[in-house]
Design a protein around this ligand. Structure first.
Ligand code: NDP
Length: 402
């Protein structure tokens, strides 16, 4: 019997793995269900959650035979209930219902709620002490220290899903992590990589939403266009990996094939490569510590021809500098940065703010927060309070900018 057949047989004898997906109706959630749907016998779907998209959530819950479907927004409860009528799937809605869903015992949770709304539910999943596949960025950006302390306390196995951090996780050998000199995250450069500042001034949301390589939710696509996404990823990498901020670097790599490079003290650089498809890092987190088959395009390096790299332009893309300053200041500024950026991206999508003003608003909010006496939050409640105050501050500064 071949090793592959023996492995497949050994999996068949295992009971299905109990899993939940927070943010099932989003881009990451849908890709996760796509993988699970290709081998349904291996998974038992416990809870699927969304915010307002009752129709899709109900369809997903029925297709994957989930126990429970929960919407964060209670105003959509009746729609969800009606769509699940005649099934044995439980429908629920509201913040408390979401937290109860997270508390259902599972072996693996995908944390893919977008924004700071994901903080409490993801932290609750961590407190269960099982495996958490982390896509939500805000847990590490807004509440990194608190989040990682909770991970250490509960013994949770945290598996990064972001392609760059999944790549770093794969390239780091924990036995020799002390010998890491540098970790470099790659960035595609987004749709404005070759635009001049003058052109960027008039960029529309439609321009910004045309990402050259990746298919993602709206907020993240805009963050990729300003390179704020890479700034947020620097902060995430600091919390996930055993390095200081100055050991983190970013390089522009327009093909999005190499995702992260880990350089060791002997000069060796270990990089992870794959086609730009989130199903690869999601599959890695689903199968870890094994590997599973994923339906992604295989790399044909000869066909690709060349992989190119360039330094980021900090003048056109100040987000990287702002995010690094927030990380190094270690005073809660990353929480402010995240909140202000969410307000700014929302205003840009609503055509109330220009693309280049996104970073202006974020920087001004951070400066105003420091002037008002910024200090590092010590609990999740303090993070949420600072997040709320930062949003109010950003909204009031927004009215002066437009
Ligand atoms: P989407 O916007 O596509 O999906 C977000 C999900 O969160 C949806 O299920 C949405 O529900 C739900 N949601 C939105 N608001 C709330 C709320 N207030 N309470 C509870 N649930 C809510 O985002 P993505 O899937 O693109 O991204 C998810 C997270 O993963 C983000 O933090 C992102 O930064 C990160 N990430 C994403 C990557 C990608 O390629 N997409 C790559 C790496 C990280 P509904 O559909 O009902 O609105």
């Amino acid at each position: 019997m071949s090793t592959a057949t023996a492995y497949a047989k050994s999996l068949q004898s295992q009971p299905p793995r109990r899993i939940s997906i927070l943010g099932a109706t989003g881009s990451i959630g849908r890709s996760t269900l796509d993988l699970i749907g290709r081998d349904p016998a291996r998974y038992h779907v416990v809870a699927l959650t969304g915010n307002r998209n009752a129709e899709l959530l109900a369809a997903q819950a029925i297709a994957h035979n989930a126990e429970l479907a929960v919407l964060a927004d209670p105003s959509r409860y009746n729609e969800l209930k009606a769509a699940l009528a005649g099934t044995s799937i439980e429908a629920a809605a509201g913040d408390d219902a979401l937290m109860e869903a997270v508390a259902h015992p599972v072996e693996w949770t995908m944390a893919a709620i977008v924004g700071s709304a994901g903080l409490r539910p993801t932290l609750e999943a961590v407190r269960q002490g099982t495996t958490v596949a982390l896509a939500n960025k805000e847990c590490l950006v807004s509440a990194g220290d608190i989040f990682m302390q909770a991970v250490a306390k509960s013994g949770t196995q945290l598996l990064p899903v972001d392609s760059e951090h999944s790549a770093g996780f794969q390239a780091i050998d924990p036995k020799v992590s002390i010998s890491i000199e540098k970790i470099t995250l790659t960035a595609s450069g987004g749709p404005f990589r070759t635009w001049t500042l003058e052109q960027m001034k008039d960029a529309s949301p439609e321009d910004a939403l045309k990402h050259p390589n990746w298919s993602m939710g709206q907020k993240l696509t805009i963050d990729s266009a300003t390179l704020m996404n890479k700034g947020l990823e620097l902060i995430e990498a600091y919390h996930l990996f055993p390095v200081e901020p100055e050991q983190l670097d970013v390089v522009i790599h327009p093909q999005s094939i190499v995702h992260c490079l880990v350089e060791y003290s002997d000069g060796s650089v270990i990089a992870q490569m794959s086609s730009p498809d989130m199903r690869t890092p999601i599959a890695y987190s689903l199968a870890w510590p094994e590997r599973m088959w994923a339906p992604t395009e295989r790399l044909d390096l000869a066909k690709i021809g060349s992989l190119t790299f360039e330094s980021p332009d900090y003048e056109r893309f100040p987000a990287l500098r702002i995010a690094r300053e927030a990380l190094e200041s270690d005073n809660g500024a990353t929480t402010v940065l995240n909140a202000a950026n969410e307000i700014a991206v929302d205003a840009f999508l609503g055509r109330r703010l220009g693309l280049l003003s996104i970073c202006v608003l974020v920087a001004e909010t951070m400066e105003a927060a420091v002037r008002a006496g910024l200090s590092k939050p010590k609990s999740l409640d303090e993070v949420l309070e600072l997040d709320k105050r930062s949003r109010m501050l950003a909204r009031s500064l927004l009215t002066e900018l437009v």
